[in-house]
Design a protein. Structure first.
Ligand SMILES: Cc1cc2nc3c(=O)[nH]c(=O)nc-3n(C[C@H](O)[C@H](O)[C@H](O)COP(=O)(O)O)c2cc1C
Ligand code: SF4
Ligand code: SF4
Ligand code: SF4
Ligand code: FES
Lengths: 554, 915
């Protein structure tokens, strides 16, 4: 193995590549080779560092210096000043909003200091296309160990770790695996849910892009523990980079015998196929996902039977989210006790969040379960930009609830957030400042569901339409108190009568906005006024904004 | 199997139901209504309307999906249930047209029932209605009206199409509020694989699906479908003396409420303005309206003049058993002739006559409802989905449940969409294929030796005939690989019970009886007889062609397969005895003692193949024809010759419901009543004898055939033609026909009877040949040999044309007078393989000329990959493109006297446009 003096890691995550990481990478390679440094310095494309807002980002090791918003024109300086002369290029360094001084290196960053990286351990560190690097960082040792330990011990370990599903529902992974293992029948499946249809969520994509083998290893361990020989990754069709990395990784793993027949001569065989989703949000729901994988229309099935009894192609199936599976190798390697030392009692481990909205550091973070909303938003997220006021945060994605300022100190785990009337969900965190009208925000939620309801069951199909129209009437200054009552009634009906969790959770986001911001609703209804000043209907009955400091509509 | 019962309470009252019953079913079974929309007893539960909620231990459960549990306490109504349910129903009602007063489903609408039950608050409902989007009403399909303003998206139609019909032509399309039921690509239904059976319409709980032009009947009459031999139960609705509706009869064991497109929507011919309403008499070369008296007088005079060998009589398998019996009696007694024939001589005569010496009977061995009990289906030379759709459905459902399916056919029939093994054999090579299969069964010891020993004779001779035959020969002749033949043989021989379906692809050959023998032998050597689900299923074409063969409108036998002079001219029948004396006694007249001519021979006396050599070159001897209900001018091979013969005759009477091409050649045309206008019985393909009931009066002066036949008989001075009713005719049948001995109309009102019914207290015979073979006791094997078809392709006529029916039509007369069926399939075509088409420069839809050695005509090309290369298919329905003008009547089968219509060499050329 060739030893290099320095490594330049270029983030090749989707967000950075949208911002043009390729030009930077090419310029770097040209410059380094041009100066005859090709043998000393290696340029590596890696997965996401998490600081998406600041991209394209690069990190120069061994020091770990972070450079942000790098352009191709900056490359001669980077090479000339940093790599040749050993000095830092100050103007490209990251400035933390809370501190005026430029931050030096990755480990020093507040943004990273408070994070604990289990799932994202390799992201931004290894070359995701290199199986050797994954192995070099301890990859596939967990699989080897599992094969040695036997399925029962693996199962016991995963159960003991208390790992809960990261796809949204937080169901204990160990228990699910146990159901899968106990289900009778010669054919079983493991499915990795990488559909990630939630707006503002991109954690699974970045995990897959940054560390694809971790998922394959997790799936293989799951297959071993439950008795499945075949795995599928169901991934959004738009995730081009994740798909190509995954497929590349599957090929490499097969070549090395880490997937396929008789892995490690253990007699255990397992293989993985990648299948593409068509982009409907509801196809992320596990049973709709199966339908879609089977080539049918992606409509949720009624549960029970649960997937571990009747899943894909009617066979017992364990389906886990990408992040859930990404935890597995670490748990197998380091043990349940270690895992339980992170996070809270009922929710051990870490959680990856996607920060979006009115927050300084939009991007991906991984923190121990139980960190408060305030810490996440202010200490890691860098607070609200432009010195504006926090209005509310929505946790758990569009189907999650909205939390006002008074609830900023709620610890973020499945149970505490549920108790606070919201949900942890998939880890989306949308922050809004006080320029947004809450009614309009609710209307946008409703529009999303109107669009995403699969249309199969009556309460959701018809209910989403009605919800959207009622909220539309409010923002147009045509709502009434009766409408408000109707809203509540519809919400109850949908929650109680819808077939799948999509329809059942539609009311949550909308009703939490009403719960925490009722006066703002009443202003729209009784006064025909929009306090945030964003509701400006064309021919509406809405009065001009009373106290609006409207910046933009939602 | 004992059923475990579960006890629970529903609204406080204790009930007991079998385990796994859903709460909804339990409630409905005990007369307790729980609102529901997407539940249908025929279908798997979907649980998507969400209105069937009940409360169990404080939890809301969707009752159509939740199974009962011991001790469960169900509340069908509670504050929690009522609240959620009412709101859910409101949402649905708000999105539904409210023109209930004008809606065709109003008296059976499930949504109306649900909303009446939960109660709707008008105010809120008005608010909710504000945002409805109007959707187009789709009336593009000739029979089915789709109004999505009334659709509650219960998915019953979607599941029906998949689960009942096995077609899956429709599915939910689009998402969310835009969700709609649509055919693939949101194209019109009729452009999809939809079979237009209307099963979805029947089950739709709302007015979203209705028959086009639906009229509510004033009265309903249960009868039998007049199209194919399946014998589905049909309930005709009438008002104002007209038929206005049809539906399936749910309690009917064969069809269980289902009907195909013809049965459900094809009744309109009854009311067609083209129906014959007065007798017509030819005057100065023209057929003009006349009176019964004038027509009958003319007939009486001429009929007395041309009796015996000079007379030919045709009975009709569209008519009732009673009428068929009378036609047979009339021919022999009144006309003094055995020249009594019918169109079955063009189809299953090989099966019927061929199997009497083998197994005693050529009839289907088991009821249609036992099709699903067979473990293996061999479907050869038939296309049940199109020609016998309800049988096709039974096969589909059986295969879904695990029955193995073998399909031998040169065309890729619809059943090929199911899992199957396909043997694409060259037309006319069935014997070689079946001998190959038999050889494998013999060599590999897959025989049922015990069955062969105990219940058959002459097996050695048969085995000997296979000795020199090899699988390699079979492959060379049929084009099917030896390996595939071997695999199929093993599958058939080891998967029991096995049932063999066949139809015209087997029989319409000049060696058709060899095919039939080969098939029966296959069943015999594997012991597939005399057991439920086992045996043979020769699918009979017409509604009552089974009755027509049973009751003797055929030269060699009187009613009941009882032989008359001439039967000894048929191979292997000579071992039976004549029944001439019995019938002379029964009918009270001396009966003719010369052999009669069957259909082809009457018109083509030089047709070769049947009887001793001197019979192959007869002179035209028939001077008078009395033709009841048969369009022979289109049905018989080499149809030009038929018209010539009719034109050359002295006197032709045609008795029919429309002025057919045959009737146009007649001297007198008599207007007959159709199935809906008279009482009687039909015998279905599975031997079930069923009552046909009069629903309306015949149009104008039209009369039932039985009355006409009797009237002529009486006018000619014969006794034995004065019956008060068809029931009385049946009593006479019972007195002379052993298989029908126990049948009378009163019993048929109560019972489901399949012949033989030996006596009034005999329960009928669902499974034939249990214990011993009827009539013969032991089945007799016979040596087999392959004979190639007589007319083979050559450089001038390089393609083989094979003929047949399609789903939307039935022969040439009736369905062409059902506007909707014509819309679905408006014109003739010739279907050819894409590669052949490409080589001939022919594109889909091109005008092409089809020529045989006898005729040539222009039609339209349909290019597909359904036929095999070198084979073209042409339907027989379009008299304007008469397919049988192309076919040959030169060679007929020695047993069935059927012509060789399934192997007709032709040339197909593109018509060069003169642009
Ligand atoms: C409407 C809807 C969308 C969902 N989308 C996703 C998704 O995109 N990714 C995911 O992992 N789980 C999604 N889920 C959750 C899955 O149904 C399922 O709970 C999850 O895949 C189980 O994995 P876990 O136990 O590892 O979380 C969705 C659920 C619903 C109701
Ligand atoms: S709740 Fe909504 S998304 Fe779920 S099945 Fe019903 S219509 Fe489809
Ligand atoms: S058309 Fe009728 S059966 Fe089909 S989904 Fe609509 S309401 Fe149900
Ligand atoms: S299958 Fe035959 S008998 Fe049944 S409805 Fe169709 S045509 Fe009539
Ligand atoms: S009848 Fe149960 S959900 Fe429709």
């Amino acid at each position: 193995m060739h030893l290099y003096r320095a490594h330049v890691l270029v983030c090749a995550g989707t967000n950075c590549s949208l911002k043009g990481h390729r030009a930077v990478r090419d310029a770097l390679t040209r410059e380094i080779v041009g100066r005859g440094l090709g043998d000393e310095i290696k340029v590596v494309e890696t997965g996401c560092f998490g600081l998406c807002e600041q991209g394209p980002t690069i990190v120069v090791y061994p020091e770990g210096v972070l450079y942000c918003r790098v352009k191709a024109e900056d490359v001669p300086d980077l090479v000339g000043i940093h790599l040749l002369k050993g000095r830092r290029v100050d103007r490209l360094m990251y400035r933390e909003p809370t501190r005026p001084v430029a931050v030096q290196t990755v480990p020093e960053l507040d943004y990273f200091r408070k994070q604990v990286r289990v799932v994202l351990d390799n992201c931004g560190v290894i070359d995701p296309d290199s199986l050797e690097e994954y192995i070099g960082h301890g990859g596939y040792t967990a699989l080897a160990r599992a094969l040695e330990d036997g399925p029962a011990r693996v199962l016991a370990e995963v159960k003991a770790s208390g790992l809960r599903g990261r796809g949204g529902a937080g169901f204990p992974a160990g228990l699910k695996w146990e159901f899968g293992a106990k289900a009778p029948g010669p054919i079983k499946y493991v499915v990795c849910n990488a559909d990630e249809g939630e707006p503002g969520t991109f954690k699974d994509r970045l995990i897959l892009e940054g560390d694809p083998h971790r998922i394959l290893e997790g799936m293989a361990i799951c297959g071993f523990a439950t008795g499945a020989r075949q795995g599928y990754v169901y991934i959004r069709g738009e995730y081009g980079l994740s798909i190509s990395r995954l497929e590349h990784s599957i090929r490499n793993a097969r070549e090395l015998g880490l997937l396929g027949e008789n892995i490690f001569n253990s007699g255990f065989s397992f293989d993985v196929e990648v299948r593409f989703g068509a982009g409907a949000y509801v196809c992320g729901e596990e049973t709709a996902l199966f339908e879609s994988l089977e080539g049918k229309r992606g409509e949720p099935r009624i549960k029970p039977p649960y997937p571990t009894e009747v899943g894909l192609f009617g066979r017992p199936t364990v389906i886990n989210n990408v992040e859930t599976l990404a935890n597995i190798p670490a748990i197998v390697n380091r043990g349940a006790a270690w895992y339980r030392s992170i996070g809270t009692d009922t929710c051990p481990g870490t959680k990856v969040f996607t920060l979006t909205g009115d927050i300084v550091n939009e991007g991906l973070i991984e923190v121990p379960m139980g960190m408060t909303l305030r810490e996440v938003i202010y200490d890691i997220g860098g607070g609200i930009p432009g010195g504006r006021r926090f209005k509310m945060a929505q946790t758990g994605g569009t189907s999650g609830g909205c939390l006002p300022e008074s609830l900023l100190d709620v610890p973020m785990d499945y149970d505490k957030l549920a108790a606070a009337g919201s949900a942890l969900g998939s880890g989306a965190l949308l922050v809004m400042d006080d320029t947004h009208c809450i009614v309009d925000v609710a209307r946008v939620f409703a529009r999303f569901f109107l669009h995403e309801s699969c249309g199969q069951c009556a309460p959701c199909r018809e209910g989403t339409l009605q919800l959207h129209h009622i909220l539309d009437r409010f923002t147009a200054g045509r709502g009434s108190r009766e409408d408000l009552a109707l809203l509540g009634r519809l919400a109850k009906t949908m929650a109680g009568a819808s077939l799948c969790p999509l329809g059942q959770s539609v009311p949550l986001s909308i009703m939490t906005t009403l719960k925490h911001f009722e006066p703002e609703y009443l202003a729209h209804i009784d006064d025909r006024a929009c306090p945030a000043g964003t509701c400006r209907p064309p021919a509406g009955g809405m009065k001009p904004a009373a106290a609006g400091n409207g910046r933009r509509g939602y | 199997m004992s059923v475990t019962m579960v006890s629970l309470t529903i609204d406080g009252s204790p009930v007991q139901v079998p385990e796994k019953t859903t709460i909804l079913e339990a409630a409905l079974a005990h007369g307790m209504y729980v609102p529901h929309l997407c539940h249908h007893p025929d279908l798997k539960p979907a649980g998507i309307c969400r209105v069937c909620m009940v409360e169990v231990e404080g939890q809301l459960l969707v009752s159509c999906r939740a199974a009962v549990a011991p001790g469960m306490q169900v509340k069908t109504s509670s504050p929690a249930v009522d609240k959620v349910r009412r709101a859910a129903v409101e949402l649905l009602v708000a999105d539904h047209d409210a023109d209930c007063l004008a809606c065709g489903k109003a008296d059976s609408c499930k949504l109306l029932a649900v909303s009446r039950y939960v109660g709707i608050e008008p105010d809120r409902y008005e608010t909710l209605r504000a945002h409805r989007l109007r959707k187009e009403v789709d009336e593009t399909h000739p029979f089915i009206r789709r109004d999505y303003n009334k659709c509650v998206l219960c998915g019953i139609c979607v599941r029906t199409c998949d689960e009942v019909q096995g077609v899956a032509a429709i599915d939910f399309a689009f998402r969310g509020y835009a969700t709609r039921v649509a055919a693939i690509g949101d194209r019109p239904l009729q452009e999809s694989v939809c079979e237009s059976c209307g099963e979805c319409v029947v089950r739709c709980p709302t007015g979203a699906l209705l028959p086009i032009g639906f009229e509510k009947p004033a009265r309903e009459v249960a009868t039998v479908c007049p199209y194919c031999g399946t014998g589905c139960g049909l309930v005709l609705g009438t008002r104002g003396g007209k038929v206005v509706s049809a539906r399936g009869e749910r309690g009917h064991s064969t069809s269980q409420g289902r009907l195909c497109v013809k049965g459900r929507f094809g009744w309109d011919f009854v009311n067609h303005p083209d129906r014959l309403t007065t007798p017509l008499v030819r005057k100065d070369g023209e057929l003009v309206e006349s009176t019964w008296d004038e027509a009958l007088e003319l007939i009486t005079e001429r009929f007395a003049r041309y009796r015996g060998r000079q007379a030919g009589v045709f009975g009709s398998p569209k008519t009732t058993n009673e009428e068929i019996y009378l036609a047979s009696k009339f021919a022999r007694v009144v006309m003094g002739t055995n020249n009594i024939a019918q169109v079955a001589h063009l189809c299953h005569a090989n099966t019927v006559r061929g199997l009497i010496p083998v197994t005693g009977s050529g009839a289907m061995t088991v009821p249609v409802w036992q099709i699903k009990d067979a473990a293996c289906h061999l479907v050869i030379g038939c296309n049940p989905t199109e020609a016998h759709p309800i049988v096709g459905l039974e096969i589909r459902q059986a295969v879904r449940r695990g029955t193995k399916l073998i399909i031998a056919n040169p065309c890729e029939i619809d059943l090929c969409r199911l899992p199957h093994i396909r043997l694409p054999l060259r037309p006319g090579t069935d014997v070689a294929l079946l001998m190959g299969m038999a050889k494998v069964i013999l060599e590999e010891g897959l025989l049922d030796r015990e069955f062969i020993a105990q219940r058959t004779t002459n097996f050695e001779a048969y085995a000997e005939s296979l000795r020199g035959f090899t699988l390699e020969q079979a492959e060379a002749i049929t084009g099917v690989s030896a390996e595939l033949i071997r695999e199929t043989a093993r599958l058939y021989a080891t998967t029991k019970p096995g049932l063999i379906f066949w139809s015209m692809g087997i029989t319409q050959h000049s060696h058709g009886h060899d095919n039939v023998w080969a098939l029966a032998h296959l069943a015999l050597m594997t012991g597939n007889y005399g057991k439920p689900g086992a045996g043979i299923a020769p699918l009979r074409g017409h509604n009552n062609v089974q009755g027509a063969t049973d009751l003797g409108i055929t030269p060699p036998w009187y009613p009941g397969y009882q032989f008359c002079p001439g039967y000894e001219l048929f191979p292997r029948l000579d071992k039976f005895k004549s029944s001439k004396e019995k019938f002379e006694k029964g009918w009270g007249y001396e009966l003719p003692d010369f052999p009669g001519l069957s259909t082809v021979k009457q018109f083509h006396p030089k047709a070769k193949g049947w009887g001793p050599g001197e019979m192959w070159d007869l002179e035209n001897q028939i001077k008078l024809w009395y033709i009841i209900g048969a369009d022979l001018a289109n049905a018989v091979a080499d149809s030009k010759g038929v018209k010539r013969a009719l034109q050359g005759a002295e006197f032709v009477v045609v008795q029919d419901i429309f002025l057919t091409d045959t009737a146009r050649e007649a001297d007198v045309v008599l207007p007959a009543a159709c199935f809906a206008e008279k009482d009687g019985t039909f015998t279905a393909t599975d031997r079930r004898v069923q009552l046909v009931r009069k629903a309306v009066e015949p149009p104008g002066q039209a009369r039932p055939d039985w009355q006409i036949i009797c009237e002529i008989g009486r006018r000619l001075g014969y006794r034995g033609f004065d019956f008060s009713s068809p029931a009385a005719v049946m009593d006479e049948i019972a007195s002379l026909v052993p298989a029908y001995a126990g049948i009378n109309h009163a019993r048929l009102e109560q019972e489901e009877l399949r012949w033989p019914v030996a006596s009034p207290d005999h329960p009928g015979t669902p499974v034939l040949h249990m214990g011993e073979f009827i009539r013969v006791g032991k089945a007799e094997f016979w040596p087999l040999a392959y004979t190639p078809s007589p007319e083979l392709p050559d450089a001038d006529y390089p393609l083989v044309m094979t003929t047949g029916r399609n789903l939307h039509h039935f022969h040439h007369v009736i369905t062409r007078r059902v506007a909707g069926l014509n819309d679905l399939c408006p014109e003739d075509y010739v279907e050819l393989h894409a590669q052949d088409a490409a080589e001939l420069g022919i594109g889909d839809g091109d005008q092409v000329t089809v020529s045989s050695r006898r005729a040539s005509m222009v039609t339209r090309a349909r290019v597909s990959e359904r036929t095999m290369r070198g084979v073209v298919f042409k339907p027989i329905h379009f008299c304007e493109k008469p397919t049988n003008a192309l076919t040959s009547a030169e060679h007929i089968d020695a047993v069935g006297t059927t012509p060789n219509t399934k192997v007709c060499p032709v040339r197909v050329e593109k018509v060069q446009s003169s642009a």
